[in-house]
Design a protein around this ligand. Structure first.
Ligand code: HEM
Ligand code: HEM
Length: 324
């Protein structure tokens, strides 16, 4: 019984990690959103806790070296689960200078490392009878109970959120939404009169872009930090900026060195914006120009753009999530 519980927990932890990152990569509303699947998987871990507590008690009774790592693992898994629930219920947006989502994902990654160690200290094998009818029924019961728990928690405590799980902040107020940057990005101050953006062989000034900006775009930036904000942006659609050609992708580069690569077929859904809510962008929000990428998560909205390179490289030749 303990072995089966442990193996199911191993599968659930991996599935929680996978569905968490999957949810981070999705910017469009699906019939069943990855954030819901993630919630159900994560709560299934709680459903198994009475059985796991039997294993834990038995393990601790046989005092062995290295158990402190198992206890640390337990604490980190609890932090991951509690911070997930705290995000959903909107108990606090931030703690100790980190957003609840940063704490959540950080703890989840540490849990993965400790979990691998835990597995190697306590290896468990899958046996054929685990996959029989009873095994399947147990799994279905766990999933059913977790779904009911998820539904109840959502009704009871779930704050109003977007389908990604993000909370709304400062919509239609250009100075009211956060200026989150990716890990190493320090907002660079750039002079409006000397700044140029290189687009393939061409180069544009801020004035050029302002003159070409014919679109007002209502779009929602949805940050993996756990918030979203809808603003009216003004900018130039990239298919009007990039010389047409048989490109497979365009790479957009920030003054900080940060870059993302987009499929060329999406150029008519991406803008280089120079204004938000009728005001120039603030430095924190990407002055002089930033990408507006509706239906893509925040890490695609490159700020402080200095170059746009059309290329023959496929768009997926990059890390799925930014690393630096
Ligand atoms: C050990 C792995 C993980 C566990 C045990 C876990 C657990 C949880 C729990 C219990 C919740 C609350 C669910 C609910 O209220 O319905 C949650 C929410 C969430 N988690 Fe995780 N999580 C894990 C990893 C991750 C990772 C790696 C990511 C992202 C990369 C992530 C992203 C999210 C998001 C976006 C939510 C909010 C969903 C919503 O509010 O609807 N999680 N997680
Ligand atoms: C939610 C995830 C998990 C947590 C928080 C957790 C925590 C613990 C703790 C605190 C102990 C007691 C200390 C010890 O004996 O080291 C323990 C024991 C144990 N765990 Fe885990 N564990 C988890 C998942 C797993 C997984 C995925 C496996 C293996 C596939 C596993 C296998 C074992 C085994 C075999 C024991 C020892 C039982 C005994 O000696 O009778 N655990 N676990």
């Amino acid at each position: 019984m303990g072995r089966r519980t442990n193996l199911t927990l191993a599968a659930l932890l991996l599935a929680a990690l996978a569905s968490g990152f999957w949810s981070f990569s999705i910017g469009t509303d699906w019939l069943i959103d990855p954030s819901i699947i993630h919630g159900v998987i994560a709560l299934a871990i709680l459903v198994l806790s009475p059985w796991k507590s039997v294993v834990v008690k038995r393990g601790l009774a046989r005092s062995r070296p290295g158990q402190v790592w198992s206890l640390l693992f337990l604490v980190v898994v609890l932090v991951t689960i509690i911070s997930g629930l705290a995000h959903t219920a909107d108990w606090a947006r931030a703690l100790a200078g980190m957003t609840m989502m940063q704490i959540h994902v950080g703890a989840a990654v540490v849990a993965l490392v400790l979990g691998i160690g835990h597995y190697f200290r306590h290896p468990q094998r899958l046996r054929a009878p685990d996959l029989d009818r009873r095994g399947f029924l147990r799994l279905a019961a766990t999933g059913g109970l977790a779904s009911v728990l998820w539904w109840g928690w959502e009704r009871l405590a779930g704050a109003s959120r977007r389908f990604t799980g993000s909370h709304e902040v400062g919509s239609f107020d250009p100075s009211g939404f956060p200026v989150t940057s990716w890990i190493n990005d320090v907002p660079p101050a750039m002079a409006a009169d000397t700044w140029r953006v290189e687009v393939g062989e061409m180069s544009f000034t801020l004035e050029d872009l302002a003159a070409m900006s014919e679109d007002d775009i209502e779009a929602t930036i949805d940050c993996t930090g756990g918030w979203h904000s809808t603003q009216i942006w003004r900018g130039v659609r990239l298919d009007r900026l990039v010389e047409s050609g048989a490109w497979r992708s365009v790479e957009v580069v920030s003054a900080t060195g940060y870059a993302r690569r987009y499929p060329a077929r999406d150029l008519d859904r991406l803008w280089l914006a120079v204004a938000v809510g009728d005001e120039p962008l603030s430095i924190g929000h990407g002055f002089p120009a930033r990408i507006v990428a509706p239906e893509r998560r925040g890490f695609w909205w490159v700020k402080w753009v200095v170059a746009i390179h059309p290329a023959m490289t496929p768009w997926w030749v990059q890390s799925p999530f930014p690393l630096t």
